[in-house]
Design a protein around this ligand. Structure first.
Ligand code: BGC
Length: 743
């Protein structure tokens, strides 16, 4: 028996064998009392054991005290299939298939916080049923470039939109006794070199653009865990970055939860010990069978951490701090006796996925061809690989093993009648694979295209379901897209289809903006993200008009890649510059990157630089139309320290169908001493209107909505003077404008 075990045995013998229920096991006792009680019973070794993985997706509890392990799962669009204990292989369980919910970028496109609450509740029930304690999501990294392979896992380019949308997800998820793990904190805004790129960003851009959604998730959502990002900021990895974790997250925001690494995101014991990391996951596992000893003991926050404490090089109180936070998490989740039981792929979950998908589809353009009336008996040709491809596969850690999947083709046949709907693939996109691409012979692509063109000429109407997919170099973890175009020759295919049959509806599925050189040649464009289990049904319903589209773009769609701010400055700005050669993912090279566009991300760039986007942030049409009346202020002026005022605008449904409009409020400082974007989103409300109905929408404007982050003073500051309130249905269509004065 080693000394460690002996000391535990002596400690146990010293207590009474028949003791009363200890406080930490009393579910009625306050959590903090339970935490302190449990902590007081633990050895140093037991505290350190909490701080690192014990398998690919779990970390230890305190078995001696009956304190359970923590089980985690990806995230964020459903609960991932079980992964092997010690490697990334699928464990091949038969009871772990789930509902795939729409991608977070679709959730953001609903612009409806109620949808976010529904999302969190339903995905939380599945996580609970699968006995997970932590769901690794949601992600709120800001959409900086359309090339980022993981934009589909995030909530778009605007910090206010992402902040409003993340909060209900976190709150409702956690009501299931399942912690959110808001990721990836912070500035993991691209996949290329994500493991060690060093991002240089101004404090102003950090506070105005990149941090607000994390802050909202922590302070308003009450997130119980945060996942550190892979990359570096200020030359220090985010997973043990002092300024990020200690100064900002804990110091400024008062976070009382657990910081988890991204898998393999820890690199240094001393930094991890000192700088606020709590649980280290995924660092290295060489396979239990080939190890002489339990590999996880070699993690930075395992034996090496214990040794630093024993040598007195770091204080033992650090282990107490970490254990305290981890125990708090365990009491909130694994040992939460109040949590519900959860449920899996229930009809309610499918209905929730469908409702979110329905509200997320963005109608970019329509000359009147949409909606297509199913009773008209038209011969419809469906074209495109995404019409049948299961888009819940692939993409990296957000992959899902779905119980059911409704493809667009199935749903189109259901809605329009199997006899009326024919299909031609048009192009081949290769098998779903992670980190690899399949090269398709030209001859195959040629014959698929020829088939589609021949059939298109015979059809009354063509509905095209193309876009990106979840393979490497598309919407996929670990790699960024190589360029801004649709892959597999789709631009040429679409142009040829238009010639064969001008009645073509583009209904592309992507997690990103992409070039649309054919946009002016097609009569209608629907834009959808990955919509999960019920995605095809949402799309077919949008085509038929059973669903009236009400989604709005959560990111701009520039005409050309170089019209995006991150691509206007050369490689230093994106993707960064390698300083040495080496393994680009986790190796020695340390690429450097500077965010030159600074605060001018997305529409802030397009507006301020006067570079119109093809489809602007916030854009999205409906099968009805809306008119904005004159805005009315409660007051023309407000005081900088205490004031507030309201602005009210009447919005009317001027068409013949019921529909929903997202009324957006932007604020701009007309004259400022520092560079300010023309306008910034500060409020929105989605309203449903019957034909002819008018509703007043009122926004309260407060001085903090007019402020910018003054990096020198490290404070938010607003300058007196004139501001313009812009209200409308997209960032480039704000018919209701009115000026106010800040005193
Ligand atoms: C991803 C995380 C994910 C983790 C566990 C990492 O590679 O970046 O988002 O949660 O793996 O699968």
């Amino acid at each position: 028996m080693n000394r460690h075990i002996l000391s535990i045995v002596f400690a146990a013998c010293a207590g009474s064998v028949m003791a009363e229920t200890p406080v930490y096991l009393d579910p009625k006792a306050p959590i903090e009392a339970r935490v302190e009680d449990a902590l007081s019973r633990m050895t140093l070794e037991e505290k350190v054991a909490l701080c690192h993985a014990q398998s690919k997706f779990s970390s230890s509890g305190v078995p001696r005290l009956g304190i359970p392990e923590i089980w985690m799962s990806d995230g964020p669009h459903g609960v991932r299939a079980e992964i092997n204990w010690n490697d990334w292989g699928h464990a091949r369980w038969t009871n772990d298939s789930v509902t795939a919910f729409p991608a977070l970028t679709a959730l953001a496109a609903t612009w409806n916080p109620e949808m976010s609450a529904i999302y969190g509740k339903n995905v939380g029930e599945e996580a609970r049923y699968r006995e997970k304690d932590v769901l690794l999501g949601p992600g709120v990294n800001i959409y900086r470039t359309p090339l980022n392979g993981r934009n589909f896992e995030y909530m778009g380019e605007d910090p206010y939109l992402a902040s409003v949308m993340v909060v209900p997800y976190v709150q409702e998820l956690q009501k299931n006794g399942v912690a959110a793990s808001v990721k990836h904190f912070a500035l993991n805004n691209q996949e290329q070199w994500r493991g060690n790129i060093n991002v240089d960003v101004s404090d102003r851009a950090l506070y105005e653009i990149y941090l607000p959604a994390f802050k909202a998730a922590v302070q308003q959502g009450g997130a119980w865990t945060i996942m550190g990002a892979y990359n570096k900021i200020w030359n220090q990895h985010c997973c043990h970055n002092k300024r990020l974790l200690e100064d900002i997250l804990r110091g400024e925001w008062g976070f009382d939860g657990v910081v988890v690494t991204d898998w393999g995101g820890a690199h240094d014991t001393r930094e991890a010990a000192l700088n606020g990391l709590d649980i280290e996951m995924g660092s290295f596992t060489n396979g239990l069978t080939s190890e002489s000893e339990f590999t996880y003991n070699d993690y930075f926050l395992a034996k090496p951490f214990l040794e630093l404490i024993r040598k007195g090089e770091v204080p033992a109180s650090l282990a107490d701090d970490k254990a305290r936070r981890i125990l708090r998490l365990i009491f909130r989740t694994a040992m939460n006796t109040d949590k519900p039981f959860g449920s899996l792929h229930s009809p309610e979950h499918y209905a929730a996925a469908k409702a979110i998908g329905d509200e997320s589809i963005v109608l970019l353009k329509n000359n009147g061809i949409l909606p297509l009336d199913p009773s008209a008996g038209k011969r419809v040709l469906v074209v495109g690989d995404n019409a049948t491809r299961r888009l819940s596969d692939g993409g990296g850690s957000s992959e899902l093993k779905v119980k059911d999947y409704v493809s667009p083709l199935d749903a189109m046949r259901e809605v329009f009648g199997a006899d009326c709907v024919d299909f031609a693939r048009g192009y081949a996109a290769g098998r779903p694979m992670y980190a690899h691409e399949e090269v398709i012979p030209e001859s195959v692509q040629d014959s698929l295209r020829a088939e589609a063109l021949a059939k298109a000429a015979q059809a009354d109407v063509v509905v095209y379901f193309g876009g990106l997919n979840k393979n490497a170099y598309q919407d996929c973890e670990s790699t960024d897209r190589r360029d801004y175009d649709l892959p597999f020759g789709q631009n040429e295919l679409i142009e040829a289809l238009v010639k064969a049959n001008p009645n073509i509806i583009i209904a592309n599925i992507t997690g990103n903006a992409y070039a649309m050189p054919w946009a002016d040649h097609v009569p209608a464009i629907l834009h959808a993200s990955y919509l999960g289990t019920m995605g095809g049904a949402s799309l077919a319903d949008a085509v038929s008009g059973r669903v009236n589209p009400s989604g709005k773009l959560p990111y701009s769609i520039p005409v050309r890649l170089q019209d995006n701010g991150a691509h206007a400055f050369g490689v230093e700005c994106y993707p960064g510059v390698e300083s040495e050669s080496g393994d680009v993912l986790f190796g020695a090279c340390a690429p450097q990157q500077r965010y030159e566009e600074d605060i001018l991300v997305g529409y802030r760039w397009h507006d301020t630089k006067k570079i119109p986007a093809r489809y602007a942030f916030g854009h999205g049409l409906s099968y009805t139309t809306f008119a904005y009346g004159k805005p009315v202020l409660s007051a023309k002026e407000m005081n900088a320290d205490s004031g507030s005022l309201t602005v009210t605008v009447p919005v009317t449904n001027t068409g013949k169908r019921a529909g929903a409009e997202v009324v957006q409020l932007y604020v701009g400082d007309d004259k400022a001493s520092v560079l300010r974007p023309v306008k910034e989103l500060k409020g929105f409300e989605k309203i449903a209107l019957a034909p002819g109905e008018t509703r007043d929408v009122t926004f309260t404007v407060t001085p903090d909505m007019l402020a910018f982050f003054d990096a020198d003073a490290h404070a938010w500051r607003s300058e007196p003077g004139r501001f313009t309130l812009y209200i409308g249905g997209s960032s480039d269509n704000v018919p209701a404008k009115i000026a106010i004065n800040l005193k």
